[in-house]
Design a protein around this ligand. Structure first.
Ligand code: CA
Ligand code: CA
Ligand code: CA
Length: 357
């Protein structure tokens, strides 16, 4: 296995800080879990504590949302592109992450190398860092790709947006699986899952299978159900703003989106048409209203984008219609990443604060 850190790129430097870590106030109450602490306090390393505030349970301190993580301070969502090795603008052997603190045209604010040929980028709050907004890079290395000759999918997750070795790595998934990530149980930590498309080696049915886990580790799936048809692309976000990531599919052949507000089989709770053939679905809380909505990433040189730049066409509601926000960011061969889906981060902060936000 090759780690990106061994092939550091001199030309790519970290321009902004990576994840911010809070200073906790130790409130001198031992605990084993957050529910053993007074309201609005959390359990950190065996002691009830609160971040950057006093120990009074009603002190009204808030989790930091002021952008002190160095990214996203004045942006409703932080986006970026993942540039695999061997694509038009990356002749190195490492994947490049080119992240931007604004949903607009411009240059990268954070750039680093992480990942190898065949990897698929994923982004999440893997360690459940109490500060909302600490969404960081990871890759899923499918079985049978150049750097993974095992029969299991490999997850290599980092707790900062920077080059380096993985902070967490484990095996989960099988050949043909597509990685999905989310806060399936609403505890603030993003964990893994796979979407097993219909017709792949381990799913010979006609329905897409979802196998989700609530921890970032090897093991059996904790949530399993079916949703989706052959050819569907999985999407996952907090469509209703309740702090739980749920699933859906984008159907490239028709531009249909079929979204659900629970992680279970059933008809779509939300259905509409948005996008064109060749588009890649993206989701985020573009307007910071607490719910994630949809968009598409239209690759440079694809059927409906004859420019040399990747186009982002984002909507602030989960419905068909014209984009609310469009800009160009990325180049041929890039894949989109959304670093900061605020809906999840925000609802987590709200809950920590007893619902007073
Ligand atoms: Ca979780
Ligand atoms: Ca939800
Ligand atoms: Ca929104």
């Amino acid at each position: 296995m090759q780690h990106a850190s061994r092939v550091a790129l001199v030309s790519l430097t970290v321009l902004l800080g990576s994840c911010y870590r809070p200073t906790y106030v130790d409130c001198a109450v031992t605990c084993g879990a957050a529910n053993e602490c007074p309201p609005r306090l959390t359990c950190d390393h065996g002691s009830c504590s609160r971040q950057l505030g006093t120990c009074a349970s009603d002190a009204g301190a808030h989790a930091a949302t002021d952008g002190s993580d160095g990214i996203g301070s004045d942006s409703s969502a932080v986006i970026g592109v993942y540039r695999p090795p061997g694509t038009a603008f990356n002749d190195t052997t490492s994947s490049q992450w080119l992240l931007r603190a604004h949903t607009s045209d411009g240059t990268p604010d954070i750039a680093f190398s992480y990942g190898s040929t065949g990897d698929i980028p994923v982004v999440g709050n893997w360690d459940g860092n109490i500060v909302p907004g600490c969404f960081t890079a990871g890759v899923f290395r499918p079985a049978g790709t150049p750097f993974n000759q095992t029969t299991g999918g490999q997850w290599l997750l980092r707790n900062s947006n920077s080059a380096g070795d993985p902070d967490v790595s484990f095996s989960y998934g099988a050949a043909g699986d597509v990685p999905v990530v989310g806060d399936w149980d609403g505890n603030g930590t993003t964990t893994v899952g796979v979407f097993r498309p219909a017709g792949t080696p381990f799913n010979q049915t006609t329905e897409g299978q979802w196998l989700l886990r609530n921890s970032n580790s090897a093991g059996d799936p904790e949530i399993t159900f079916v949703h989706g048809a052959p050819g569907d692309v999985p999407v996952f976000a907090d469509w209703d703003g309740d702090g739980i990531t749920t699933i859906g599919v984008f159907r490239p052949s028709t531009g249909e989106w079929l979204l659900r507000n629970s992680n279970s089989a059933g008809n779509a709770d939300i259905w509409f048409i948005y996008g064109a053939p060749d588009d890649i679905p993206v989701v985020g809380d573009w307007d910071e209203n607490g719910t994630d909505t949809i968009g598409v990433f239209r690759p440079a040189g694809s059927q409906f984008n004859e420019t040399t730049g990747d186009q982002w066409l984002l909507r602030n509601s989960n419905s068909g219609g014209d984009p609310d926000l469009t800009f160009s960011y990325g180049a041929a061969g890039d894949l989109p990443v959304v670093v900061l889906p605020h809906a999840l981060a925000d609802s987590f902060a709200r809950r920590l604060d007893g619902g007073h936000r």
